[in-house]
Design a protein around this ligand. Structure first.
Ligand code: BGP
Length: 476
């Protein structure tokens, strides 16, 4: 089997997990800059003011802000054809509501894109990856306020226009469906209970949560519409955290429960962004949960006119669903579920399921018929460095198997045009803010306290992925 030559092998990151460069070049602070560090057992806290006794991982990231020329050189050596990164909104509009952008912020990303092009690497840019200027949270309660839609579109259209000749692939909101989790982070929305500013403390007002999500849909659709209006072939995608769900048994209620959970978590947001309208099943969910939101007539039009060009999703694991409460559960922070007796888990309780990727690609393509980018897939582990080398065979196994099942899906005629490893570098973990859960093909010499030389050391998986790409995209 031969992939088309234009297949985009890639690697993915996010600004708040790599950049650092806190407040540099007239940048403003953003939500991530107010998140303390958690751990496997301790949740991250959202603090209204920066507390000097706390460690805020995003302030340092892995210092990509200063190190990017060297980092991109390594990406060139790796041989990837696409690099996914996010723009930090508060570098462009420090408070989110200025009328003019910060030139220094634009210039910073401009230099990155030039550097990437030097190595023939296409940038894939996420406009919002769990982040927004903090001023928009304190002033408007994020996307709970419709004004923030206009402010987002101003930001998005500014950068799309500025980089129109350098960036073809855009993604609006990372893992937008996190907003549907009954527990979990709300950085997608920037909406918090005023009284409780705890990272994992969900807003208890479900109507407000779904109203804010609706506003995010509108912001995304208007962005797509703007990008299309430039007539330059710019492509804009959605981004869904896809946690594949299986019924635990053949009990009929396991099937229906799986169907319902799948609809709400995995399908709902994609359905709106791909099909341009709310799916039929959401009405019952809203009615049953007394969720009331306002959707204007013009909104329906906007959603229709702003459907995405491609579908992207992160894939790390699958979970089971059961009608019974007496089951062993997976630890999986935020994304826990019922344990599958046939699968192994990572140290963080994420169930490893390469064949599930095939199942998922089939499902998504059958549902949407859009080109697909797997925008995140990777294995978090505690790597050991010995005599300056890291033998991460477990990561190679993980990636190899997922790529194998992706190729099978492509063989079936499913249009996957890009695969991104999360992540080329060891970076700050999004759920814990620590450095223990390493995903990189390249080791970053830094511990969870931000100490270390910051040296980058290619692991065994780096050379494996490099050869996988070089194979000319032929079958394994
Ligand atoms: C996704 C996020 C990423 C990334 C990844 C791994 O949900 O889009 O930002 O961090 O998960 O998660 P973690 O770092 O928590 O293991």
């Amino acid at each position: 089997m031969k992939f088309e030559n234009k297949f985009l092998w890639g690697g993915a990151t996010a600004a708040n997990q790599i950049e650092g460069g806190f407040l540099e070049d007239e940048s403003g602070d953003s939500i991530s800059d107010h998140l303390t560090q958690g751990s496997k057992t301790k949740v991250r806290k959202f603090t209204k003011t920066i507390d000097s006794n706390e460690y805020y991982p995003s302030h340092k990231g892995i210092d990509f802000y200063h190190d990017f020329p060297e980092d991109i050189k390594l990406l060139g050596k790796l041989g990837i054809r696409a690099f996914r990164l996010s723009i930090k909104w508060s570098r462009i509009f420090p408070n989110g509501d200025e009328s003019e952008p910060n030139k220094k912020g634009l210039q910073y990303y401009d230099r990155i894109f030039d550097e990437l092009h030097k190595y023939n690497i296409a940038p894939v840019v996420t406009l919002s990856h769990f982040d927004m200027p903090i001023n928009l949270v304190s002033k408007y309660n994020g996307f709970a306020n419709r004004i923030v839609v206009d402010l987002f579109v101003r930001y998005a259209s500014t950068v799309i226009k500025y980089f129109k000749d350098k960036v073809k692939y855009w993604i609006t909101f990372n893992e937008i469906n996190f907003a549907c989790l009954p527990t979990g982070n709300l950085e997608v929305l920037g909406v918090y209970n005023n009284a409780t500013t705890d990272y994992t403390n969900p807003i208890d007002n479900q109507s407000l949560r779904y109203q804010a999500l609706h506003n995010v849909f509108i912001a995304s659709a208007l962005t797509v519409k703007y990008a299309h209006s430039l007539n330059l072939g710019i492509m804009v995608g959605c981004m869904i955290s896809h946690v594949t769900l299986y019924p635990l048994t053949s009990h009929p209620t396991d099937q229906t429960k799986t169907q319902e959970e799948d609809a709400l978590f995995n399908n709902f947001c994609g359905d709106v962004q791909v099909k341009g309208e709310y799916p039929f099943y959401i009405k019952k969910y809203f009615d049953d949960n007394n969720i009331k939101i306002s959707i204007f007539n013009r909104d329906k039009q906007i959603l229709k006119e702003g459907t995405v060009d491609y579908y992207t999703f992160s894939y790390y694991m699958s979970n089971c669903v059961s009608h019974s409460k007496n089951n062993e559960t997976t630890a999986g922070n935020l994304l826990g579920g019922v344990k599958n007796p046939y699968l192994k888990m990572s140290d963080w309780g994420w169930q490893i399921d390469p064949e599930g990727l095939y199942y998922t690609l089939f499902k998504i393509y059958d549902r949407y018929h859009l080109p697909i980018m797997i925008s995140e897939n990777g294995f978090g582990a505690q790597d050991v460095i010995k005599n300056g080398v890291i033998h991460d065979q477990y990561r190679i196994e993980y990636l190899k198997k997922h790529i194998y099942w992706m190729k099978k899906a492509i063989n079936q005629g499913i249009n996957v045009f890009s695969y991104m490893v999360w992540s080329p570098f060891d970076i700050v973990s999004s759920s814990t803010g620590e450095m223990d859960k390493r995903y990189g093909l390249i080791y970053t010499d830094m511990n969870s306290k931000g100490e270390g030389s910051l040296a980058r050391i290619p692991k065994d998986s780096f050379y494996w992925y490099q050869s996988e790409i070089k194979k000319g995209l032929t079958s394994s």
